[in-house]
Ligand binder design. Structure first.
Ligand code: FAD
Length: 386
C-alpha cells in the first residue's frame, strides 16, 4: 500500500488546480480520476467558461477570480498555453425580466460587487448597447453592465496545463481508476479504488457530480445535479462581428422567458449559447449525454432567433454538461465534520470554473494546515445541516 502526503480524488477543474498547487510546493501528492481529464463526462467541458470579476453570486467571490486570473496568466507565460481571453462581458437585464441568473438580484449584485472591489465597469442604456453591439436585439427597457476585464477561460486547456505542470513538479497521476470508498482514521486516510488501496495524511475530494454518491447519504440530499445543454450555431455574413475583438461574452436576464441565456464570441465561425434548466434533476450515472434535434431547434427558435442577428440555425456542435448545485448556489470548501483529514471541494452551482485556479490554492492551504489569505468561512459545510 503506497502512502502519500495528500491524495486528490477527481482531477477536473478543482482537483487539477489543487494537484498543481500541492506539487509546486513540493508536497508528495497523488491524483486519481475515473476518466482521463480533460474529458466530457462531468462539468468542465465545452471549450469556454465565462469569467468576470464582479460576481453577482456574491461579492466575496471576487478575490478568488482575481487570483485565478493571476495564476492563469502565470501558467500562460510558463507554458505558452492560451487560457484566458479578456474580451469584455455584457450583462443585460431589465425591470421586466422574467429570468434571473443563479441568484435573485444578480444584475444589481454585480454592480454592487464592482463598487465594493473597485472593478472598472460601465452602465449602459438600451441605445448605448445598440450602438456598441448592434448584434443584439435590445428592447427599449433593457440596460447593460459592461466589464472590460471579463471574458472567457478555456476549461480543457486549463485542466490540461495544470495536470502537465503538476506532473512536472512530481505529482503522481492515476487515470482510469475509480475511487470506491474512503476511510479516515486517527493515523491517516485509506482510499480504496477498483485497482488498489492507498493511504495519505490528507484527502481532497473534488469529484464534481459524483461527490454526493462518494460521500454518502447526507450529501446525496444536499446536492442536486442538473443536466445543461450547450449549442454552437454558425454565424452567417460578417463573422468578424461576432469574434472576440468585436463581441463580448454575454449574460442575458430575458424579459419573456423564465430561463436566462449566456453566450460567447464566435470561435471558428460558431457562437456558443446556453440556457440554464433547474426543472429536472439527474445523476452522472443516468444522464443522457447526447443532445436531441428537438433540443437544438428549441434553443435556436426560443433563445437565438429573437435575440441575436445573423446567427443561423445550423448547429455545428451540441453537448450536455452537469451542474452540481447546493441549496444556496454557493461553494463548499471545508473539512468533513467526521474528520479534519478529509477536505471537500464542491465549487460548481453553475459558476465555479472562473474561480478554480484560486480554489486550488485554498485546497492546498487546507491540506497543509496553512492559514491562507482568503477568508473561506463563507464556504463552510456547517451552513447546511449535514
Ligand atoms: C454547462 C455548464 C456551463 C458552465 N458555465 C460556467 C461559466 O460560464 N463560468 C464558470 O465560472 N463556471 C461555469 N460552470 C461551472 C464550472 O464548469 C464548474 O464549477 C466546474 O467545472 C466544476 O469542476 P469540478 O472539478 O467540481 O468537477 P469536474 O470538472 O466534473 O471534475 C470532477 C472529476 O472527478 C472525477 N471523479 C468523480 N468520481 C470519481 C471517483 N469515484 N474516482 C475517481 N475520480 C472521480 C471525474 O471523472 C471528474 O474528472 C459551468 C458548468 C456547466 C456544466
Amino acid at each position: 500500500m503506497s502512502r502519500h502526503d495528500v491524495i486528490v480524488v477527481g482531477l477536473g477543474a478543482m482537483g487539477s488546480a489543487a494537484l498543481y498547487q500541492l506539487a509546486k510546493r513540493g508536497v508528495g501528492v497523488l491524483g486519481i480520476d475515473r476518466f482521463a481529464p480533460p474529458h466530457e463526462q462531468g462539468s468542465s467541458h465545452g471549450d469556454t467558461r465565462v469569467t468576470r470579476l464582479a460576481i453577482g453570486e456574491g461579492a466575496h467571490y471576487t478575490p478568488l477570480v482575481k487570483r485565478s486570473h493571476e495564476i492563469w496568466h502565470d501558467i500562460e507565460r510558463e507554458t505558452g498555453a492560451d487560457l484566458l481571453t479578456q474580451c469584455g462581458e455584457l450583462i443585460i437585464s431589465s425591470k421586466n425580466r422574467k429570468s434571473s441568473i443563479h441568484v435573485e438580484g444578480f444584475f444589481q449584485n454585480t454592480v454592487d460587487a464592482a463598487h465594493a472591489h473597485g472593478v472598472a465597469h460601465e452602465l449602459l442604456d438600451a441605445s448605448q448597447i445598440r450602438t456598441r453591439y448592434p448584434q443584439f436585439n435590445i428592447r427599449d427597457d433593457e440596460i447593460g453592465y459592461f466589464e472590460a476585464e471579463a471574458g472567457f477561460v478555456r476549461p480543457e486547456a486549463c485542466i490540461d496545463a495544470e495536470l502537465t505542470l503538476a506532473r512536472k513538479h512530481g505529482a503522481e497521476i492515476r487515470t482510469g481508476e475509480t475511487v470506491l470508498g474512503l476511510d479516515a482514521g486517527r493515523n491517516g486516510v485509506t482510499v480504496k479504488t477498483d485497482h488498489r488501496t492507498y493511504q495519505a495524511d490528507r484527502l481532497i475530494v473534488a469529484a464534481g457530480a459524483w461527490l454526493p454518491k462518494l460521500l454518502g447519504h447526507d450529501f446525496d440530499r444536499l446536492f442536486k445535479i442538473y443536466r445543461q445543454v450547450l449549442c454552437w450555431f454558425a454565424v452567417e455574413g460578417d463573422v468578424a462581428a461576432y469574434e472576440p475583438e468585436r463581441f463580448p461574452v454575454f449574460i442575458w436576464e430575458l424579459p419573456v422567458s423564465p430561463q436566462g441565456i449566456y453566450g460567447f464570441p464566435a470561435i471558428d465561425g460558431a457562437l456558443k449559447v446556453a440556457t440554464e434548466q433547474y426543472a429536472a434533476t439527474t445523476s452522472p450515472e443516468h444522464v443522457d449525454r447526447s443532445v436531441s434535434t428537438e433540443e437544438v431547434e428549441n434553443m435556436h427558435r426560443n433563445y437565438i432567433a429573437p435575440y441575436l442577428k445573423g446567427v443561423t440555425s445550423n448547429c455545428v456542435k451540441a453537448k450536455a454538461c452537469l451542474y452540481t448545485v447546493t441549496p444556496d448556489a454557493g461553494f463548499i470548501l471545508d473539512t468533513l465534520p467526521s474528520s479534519e483529514r478529509v477536505i471537500v471541494a464542491s465549487c460548481c452551482s453553475g459558476h465555479g470554473f472562473k474561480h478554480s485556479a484560486a480554489v486550488g490554492e485554498v485546497l492546498a492551504d487546507k491540506a497543509e494546515n496553512r492559514a491562507g489569505s482568503l477568508d473561506s468561512a463563507l464556504f463552510r459545510l456547517g451552513r447546511f445541516s449535514v
